[in-house]
Design a protein around this ligand. Structure first.
Ligand SMILES: Nc1nc2c(ncn2[C@@H]2O[C@H](COP(=O)(O)OP(=O)(O)OP(=O)(O)O)[C@@H](O)[C@H]2O)c(=O)[nH]1
Ligand SMILES: [Mg+2]
Length: 390
């Protein structure tokens, strides 16, 4: 286990949550495409995404249940739970939340969606779930990022800490500067962004934004505060450790941005999850899972996936107050119910269509059985007769 509590090889369970139509399913698709889990990125419009695979979801072009997908990024496994944003399906999101290691709250710079964003953030805050904010649809941004952040801030009880600033060209976001690494990137569509020299007006903007980020971190770190007051540049590792720790302790909500349809900002999000999202060890502590479950996990060291599932089941059980075996995936349950209804309908249809043939077959079977019984009766009678004459 690394110093920041994350396991470099551990598998993590991340929920994609956020207001209705903010781009969660598209972001999941972008993540799967960027990490090589699927060869090409599908779209919600074309009905070709991995998530939202049911006919109902495809028809309405919206999520109607959770979708789960697993991928691997730089040797670590990630399970993503794409939760529906519509309030009618909020219970599906609620069922998944207790089990997750962290959440990515996908949102837009849209004031109308702030009340729903606030409700979701409140739920995560109550459950003490570490959370990132992913400001999506940056390709349509028409406001400066600081303005957007001040609009979104009231929705969160903890500070929204900007981790990147956009690089603008002709009022379009063409890249970003990472404030922790102090590196500038230019977006490439459906490809990794290109690192470029940090220069021009971006140098001053970066300095100012980085200082604001460090100030937020220093609110909970006296040593960092002293370094800032003395104008001593803090070591990069310290900044990363603070970012991870304060995220884990629910003291900050880091903000990243990008465009899910263009796969921009997705690798940066994955790297933030890799370095900063808590691992299973922290989640077990957060949930207060009993030693028995932990022991079982330790026994299963050779089968990390099974161990992971046990923990997730266990966490779900704790979160929902039900026994572990009673807890099923809501989506699975709904699908199973749908399958049963469909099976019953098919049976009914077949019975109506093939009624006479089935009756005919049954008659044939009955007469075959009758003949066998008659033969056996005859055999028994002749054997008895032979015994008597002997
Ligand atoms: N311009 C732009 N459009 C986007 C982006 N991401 C998603 N969209 C569009 O936003 C719409 C909703 O996308 P979804 O991925 O279905 O959103 P969602 O949050 O999963 O929706 P629900 O699950 O129904 O809440 C679709 O039309 C997407 O094409 C983006 O980065 N930029
Ligand atoms: Mg969706």
């Amino acid at each position: 286990m690394a110093d920041n509590g994350t396991s470099p090889k551990g598998s993590r369970c991340i929920a994609l949550v956020g207001p209705f139509q903010s781009g969660k399913t598209t972001l999941l698709e972008a993540i799967l495409a960027r990490t090589g889990a699927i060869p090409r990125q599908g779209s919600v419009e074309a009905g070709s995404t991995v998530g939202d695979a049911t006919a109902e979801a495809r028809h309405h072009k919206m999520s109607v249940e959770v979708s789960v997908a697993t991928t691997n990024f730089l040797g670590d496994n990630y399970t993503f739970i794409d939760c529906p944003g519509s309030v009618e399906f909020a219970h599906d999101m609620r069922a998944a939340l207790p089990a997750i290691d962290a959440a990515v709250v996908v949102c837009e710079a849209d004031e109308k969606k702030i009340p729903q964003l606030q409700l979701i953030l409140r739920e995560l805050e109550e459950l003490k779930i570490p959370r990132f904010l992913f400001l999506n649809k940056i390709d349509k941004a028409d406001k400066r990022i600081r303005e957007t952040l001040s609009v979104l801030q009231p929705a969160s009880r903890v500070p929204l800490v900007l981790r990147q600033i956009p690089i603008w060209t002709n009022d379009i976001v063409v890249g970003f500067v990472d404030l922790a690494l102090e590196r500038a990137h230019i977006y490439k569509e459906h490809a990794a962004s290109e690192v470029v020299p940090l220069e021009g007006e971006n140098v001053d903007r970066e300095k100012e934004a980085r200082f604001t980020m460090l100030e937020s971190l220093a609110d909970h770190d006296d040593e960092l505060m002293e370094q800032l007051l003395d104008d001593i540049p803090p070591p990069r590792d310290k900044v990363f450790d603070d970012l991870a720790k304060e995220l884990r302790d629910g003291l900050i909500c880091p903000v990243l941005f990008g465009s899910a349809t263009r796969t921009n900002g997705v690798l940066r999000l994955m790297k933030a999850l890799r370095h900063e999202a808590p691992g299973i060890g922290d989640t077990v502590k957060r949930l207060g899972i009993k030693a028995g479950y932990r022991d079982r996990r330790e026994c299963d060291e050779d089968a990390p996936h099974c161990a992971r599932r046990q923990d997730v089941d266990c966490a779900r059980a704790i979160g929902t107050g039900r026994r572990r075996h009673d807890v099923h995936h809501t989506g699975n349950r709904r699908r199973a119910r749908l399958r049963r209804v469909q099976d019953r309908r098919t049976e009914h249809r077949e019975a109506r269509a093939c009624g006479p043939r089935r009756d005919g077959r049954a008659r044939q079977a009955r007469s075959r059985q009758d003949r066998r019984h008659a033969d056996r009766r005859q055999d028994r009678a002749s054997a008895a007769c032979a015994r008597r004459s002997a």
